[in-house]
Design a protein around this ligand. Structure first.
Ligand code: AQP
Length: 337
């Protein structure tokens, strides 16, 4: 039985294309900071990606693109473990066990399934429905204690805690799995669409103008910010003045997250000014922060052999942690060794 759980971070990004500023500010940038404090596993969750249709060649390509993004953003493959989910079988094996622990009622309450399945639930894959069980397995296969994610993943993380609790209770295995803590706070936890300040910036939004892509060049970033939806009012002097102005609030939030200052500080500088002045400043800042990452991603993408080597070595390290934990799980459940 495991009672002394060391702090360990696990998180992942789906290789589903169109990696955007929300993924960077909400997740990847935090991954970079955390690698100095914790043992970290950063996964490219290709098993999650196929819960909706993925062209096989594109999936391989997108997997390498996320590996390039991790490295270009500053994750050090000698410090953190970078790997793709399908290379470590513990994820799928533990997910099956969790399919038998989680309850239908719990999954029926997941808002992401409702959003992604849309009106035609009958045609959604079964994998999309049990997606949160796989996410719980991703985390708990390593007994990870901390999970940096954007706001949109909060409900799934609560479900992972429920699964860990039920497993520990059902098998009278107190503290077998830790209850993983979300690391959600901070600027950039919820970046909204540039076309609709009430919808999150998303990979699957049909409008490319809705997101700043991590591979966008300087001209494209400037164009998208120029075209971002706003209102005719100047920026207010205080945060209260952003209530009921979702698009303005979003752009101020992005500026704050990129520059590492508070939203109050952004308003102290730009309050009273119109978007004609604010948007070019935001575009310059976004180009300054994103363009070097995009350039490094492009350089790394030209060396697929190197990226595959990083992922292969990472998968071996990840497997070395997960395999003994899975072995213990099987014993607890009652499987013959
Ligand atoms: N808009 C966002 N703001 C802040 N964080 C975000 N994340 C996603 N969108 C935002 C965080 O990025 C990490 C990786 O996300 P993912 O690729 O695993 O899945 P996702 O949430 O499905 O990404 P998208 O872009 O929203 O794709 P679609 O369009 O398919 O729904 C996660 O930590 C997530 O919280």
């Amino acid at each position: 039985m495991n009672t002394s759980t060391p702090s360990r971070v696990f998180s992942g990004v789906q290789p589903t294309g169109n990696l955007h500023l929300g993924n960077y500010l909400g997740a990847i940038r935090k991954f970079v900071d955390l690698q100095h404090e914790y043992e970290c596993l950063y996964c490219i969750v290709d098993l999650h990606a196929i819960t909706v249709w993925q062209d096989p060649a594109a999936l391989r390509d997108q997997t390498l693109e996320i590996a390039a993004a991790y490295l270009a953003a500053g994750i050090d493959a000698d410090k953190a473990i970078i790997f793709h989910q399908s290379a470590v079988s513990a994820h799928a094996e533990l997910a099956w066990i969790f399919n038998c622990v989680a309850r239908m009622g719990w999954l029926n309450r997941m808002t992401q399934f409702k959003d992604k399945a849309g009106k035609d639930k009958e045609r959604a894959s079964v994998g999309l429905f049990v997606y949160p069980n796989l996410m719980a397995a991703d985390i708990l296969a390593y007994r990870a204690t901390h999970v940096p994610v954007g706001e949109d993943q909060k409900q799934h993380l609560e479900l992972a805690r429920d699964i860990a609790t039920k497993f520990n209770n059902d098998f009278e295995a107190e503290d077998f799995f830790p209850l993983p803590e979300p690391l959600i706070k901070g600027a950039g936890a919820r970046v909204m669409s540039l076309r609709d300040g009430t919808a999150k910036m998303s990979k699957s939004d049909p409008s490319d103008l809705s997101r700043i892509g991590m591979m966008d060049d300087a001209d494209m970033i400037a164009k998208k910010i120029k075209k971002a939806k706003t209102d005719p009012e100047p920026l207010p002097d205080s945060l209260d003045g952003l209530n009921d102005r979702p698009e303005a609030k979003n752009l101020v939030g992005i500026y704050a997250a990129l520059s590492g200052v508070t939203e109050e500080a952004v308003l102290a500088e730009f309050g009273g000014q119109g978007f004609g002045a604010f948007k070019p400043a935001l575009a310059d800042l976004a180009v300054e922060k994103v363009a070097p990452i995009a350039e490094e991603m492009r350089r790394l993408r030209n060396d697929p052999g190197y990226l595959e080597g990083v992922l292969g070595a990472g998968a071996q390290k990840a497997d070395a942690i997960a395999a003994p934990i899975l072995k213990e799980v099987k014993k607890v459940v009652g499987f013959l060794g």
